[in-house]
Design a protein around this ligand. Sequence first.
Ligand SMILES: [Zn+2]
Length: 435
Amino acid sequence: MDEKVRIVFLGGVGEVTKNMFVYEYWRDGKIADSIIVECGIGFSETGDEIIMPDVSYLLDKQDTLRATVLTHGHEDHTSGLSTLLSQIRIPVYGTRLTVALAEGKLADHGIQAELHPVKHKQILNFGAFQVRFVHVTHSIPDATNLIIKTPLGVLFHASDFKFDWSPVDGWPTEVGKIALAGESGILCLLSDCVRSERSGYTLSEETIEDHLELQVKKAHGKVIFTTMSSNISRIQQAVNVASAFNRKILFLGRSMRQNVEAAQHLGYLHFPKKSIVHSKSVKKIPSNKLFIIAAGSQAQEDSALSRIADNAHKDISLAPHDMVIFSADPIPGYERQVHKLVNKMTKLGADVVYSDINDELHVSGHGASQDLMLMMGLTRPKYIVPIGGESRQVRQYFLLAEKMGYSDDTLFAPEEKDAIEFTRDGKARIVKEVA
Ligand SMILES: [Zn+2]
């Protein structure tokens, strides 16, 4: 029997976003089973355009597609589902929060999908593939990596992760599970590499709350806090600080309210109901008793924050000495538009705190060099493919791998639409432009 396993990179290589990978099991010259891992959107280089995934490669292979598996709820891993599911019927699997966030976004597009929330211990069988979830820490709760067992060996899909030993939700990465998988033998590791240029370990989320508290202590007017609306743990920290200062909380922006509602409903976000206020009643609350958690940290057009900065929000206006806190770094490409937003708010008299003047109000959800080396050390794969990073980050990742004894012929840097192919004899090679 002629067999091979292929991973086709429809996205998520050579760039940070638009993650989409197709795992294929080939028997006697044709695909027998395949699964899709992630289905995310990308952003254009200037940051003003959203790029949907190109799923044309999959259209004539629908009879082989068994499932789409999501690792976590970030947009660059899930928001392409509306494009995929409007063309292909396929069940979607992910942890509870991941599926709930995806469900909300699909409902916005009027798409009914077959969504399966999965418990971490569940083992899923999709034809030749067996998929197990590993809980990891990232900047969103309920994030996972995947152990994908195939007839030719085990593939470890380490999408976004860091090793945070004191995460906000108290649930650290399942290192034991990763190490056990490593002990049993891993053919190939696909690993997040976006922070490979940074030395050391990425800081714990825990460091944020104290710094946020110090900042809010200085506020005389209202506080507007903004982060990515999927960053549920950061939102939890903001809620904690607002409560510590007896400030009423207003969630602002559609994506923010939608995510907060889903996370709170599933028990991933906790706050006393009585401390929440709505836009309409906000005028009755003194400024120094108000804490707004707003969407729009990337200065997205038409976001709550952009409207406030344009003095065009119907309920909220900025007054001198209101404080605006950015707890997010601009996505590459969005820097200019974020700076423009900061300028507008500064002109309105607000005290704006952002990463260039205070870098202690945000930490990355991605592992730095030592996190990445720890993942390599635990999984000890035969081959490695860095994913979710640009060429320079892939290069730095390879230098880390070389330090750990990996040689050139075990490290692969496929480009979008390429595949990596594994054969029975244990060999691996890149196949150019299959998609
Ligand atoms: Zn992510």
